[in-house]
Ligand binder design. Sequence first.
Ligand SMILES: Nc1ncnc2c1ncn2[C@@H]1O[C@H](COP(=O)(O)OP(=O)(O)OP(=O)(O)O)[C@@H](O)[C@H]1O
Length: 744
Amino acid sequence: MTVTDTNSSATATASSASEKYDKFSTSSSATEDDRFVNDGTVDIEAGTNDESYNKFLHFVESSDKSKHGISEHSDTGLLPAQIKRSSENSSGTDVKMASTTESSSNNDGNGASSSSSPSRRRMSTSRRASTTEERQNPFAFREGNALIWRNVNMTLKAKNSKQTERKLLNSVWGEVPPGEITAIMGPSGAGKTSLLNILAGRSKSNNSLDVQSEIRMQDYLVDTTNIAVRKQIAFVAQDDSLSFTATPREAIRFSAKLRLPRINTDEEIEVLTEKMLSELGLIDCAETMIGGELIKGISGGERKRTSVGVELVTKPSLVFLDEPTSGLDSFSAMQVIKVLKKIANAGCSVLFTIHQPSSDVFNSFDRLILLNKGMVMYQGPVKDVPAFFSKHNHPMPPNYNPADHIMEVAQQYSQEQLLREGFFAKDERNLPEAIVPKEEKELLESLGVSAHGDISDDEWKHVGFGTESLMLLKREMIHTTRNKKGVGARFAFTTFLSLLVGNIFFGVGNPSSFTNPSEFNSHFGAMVMILMMSMFGTAMPTLLSFPEERPVFLREYSTNHYGVIAYFMSRLATEALITFFQIMVLLLITYFMVDLQAGFMNFFIIEYGLAMSSTAVAVLLGCAVEDPKMATEFLPLLFVPQLLFAGFFVRTDLIPAWLQWAQYLCSLTYGVRLALLAEFGDCAANENNQYYLPGQPNICANLLDVNQVNEDDKPLYWGILWGLFLAFRLSALALLRKKATKFY
Ligand SMILES: Nc1ncnc2c1ncn2[C@@H]1O[C@H](COP(=O)(O)OP(=O)(O)OP(=O)(O)O)[C@@H](O)[C@H]1O
């Protein structure tokens, strides 16, 4: 496939768009439009044409600022705490939001300047024409979202009266303008990742931490922990949570297909994917599996670049990256930074943390936020760094990496001395009052306009539930076939254990050689053993695999790949298929070796129902725990109650009354009852059965009686078995959805 450089067209588009911005910002129409309600918020529903936006702009800029202030009556559910704080802090003056693209050259580390507000301009654009060429271009123009923050505080709470609280971030402030790349640097432990996580909505107050922040996208006050807002931010985390059986090409294509509007054809997505791979130097390894602990795959650097590609291919307008160059050699690091620059040139706001950049990499940043012990030591354009450090007694040594120099200053001198020398400038920006959107929809409409052009609402939407489910299912199937070690081990163990059980209980199911009751007990024992094998053999891998795949799911869900239901359904379909084959293997060996009496298919259906039902419990437990190691701790919780309440160690009516309800949660109980009816139902009904011993009671009937099995209750047993399946699956779905939405 040929890959052409289309960046020039992106630049051309960008400049035409900025002309458009300028035109908007000089608009003089001053009448109040019907779309603007009295509190100054905009009614998106009423129309989004440019003329209306011009009016809105003029209205915003000329009317009483208090109209745009923070409304105590906002029903968005966003930032109730911050609404109050913002009202208190707000200057109420008529100064526009700082745009750092034109920062003054005598910057004193506070990066504030006074160009026209990017956020106001941003509101004035509509979806533009979208061409195939644009859709195939990873660097097509998009309308960036300025991110501005202040008063970001993070405090480690004191655990007891002897401890004191520890400020991890102290009144941190800053901004990420569209069209620029902003690096966060600082010594280890300075708070870089903490700041990035707070801005990206991935950190929130909890028992040990107190987190406060005031974050704006454009002029809108936002709660980035709100999942709807968080989905607007592309985030590349430090740990690359990628599906380990996918290839870089598949991972990037998957992200593009699910996250770009449906107007993008498969062909366009193919070209886009190839361009992204080429830009990131991933063509050579595009067909190699990403790999993980069990499978050797692409290198760490290639994995990192794949993570970057997965996010950038969606043409985000705001992207955060946590150490995108860690583990990369200087050439690859520069390659990544160049791609970030191109994305920024296309209108995106880019913010990332970085450790020890080379001087070339450092000089290619537009802006720098230098954190030291949780405080902003410097904030502003990178080109102003040498002058700033010289002015404050630490001139750059000649021929020295500026990044090394500023890190040395930050680490060698005490915070008090640096304060005396004039570092740690206070936030002197004069921000306008923030707008609190009336509805979440209003905020999302105003932030969500992107590079996808002037297209209909239908084409603008992402792919639907059907495509999401199919793509997920396809990926799950590929994962299963490629995960040879994992799936292979599952089938190998099943075969081995089946052969073991088959040999130990060889022929015990055949009553023709029956001479004494102990042989009958072996028959019953073999049946129960096969049931337990099918149950634990399928539930255990599921319990362990769910937490393993959890980081991938959480990343993809929180970055708008698909919904929880589509994910859940595709997992269910894959599990159902694997379970089918696993039970088939198990029964093909044990059924015939043990010589069971129930019909093969009859027994298969019971085994399958039991396995699916027990897997549902495993999925629920798997959703509840956060890491695979913790999942192994949960294994006894999966097994022991099943054995206790199954009825073959102790009759269920002998269990204390206050605990008897638990038997209805144990699928093994009902699997055993159904299997007993299938295996021994006929002989229980027939006094002269093959197990008959003269002078002895009907032992088949006795076995059913001891286990409280009643032929008439068969539909009830099936109902409970499938009812448990449904109940546990739905609970797991609800839990997963809750966890995904509250993922920090
Ligand atoms: N959840 C937490 N509980 C306790 N302390 C925390 C927590 N999160 C961060 N910290 C502390 O906050 C400080 C800043 O951590 P952070 O990871 O943000 O630093 P960093 O600048 O990214 O460091 P590095 O460059 O080493 O990754 C550290 O001292 C860290 O121990």
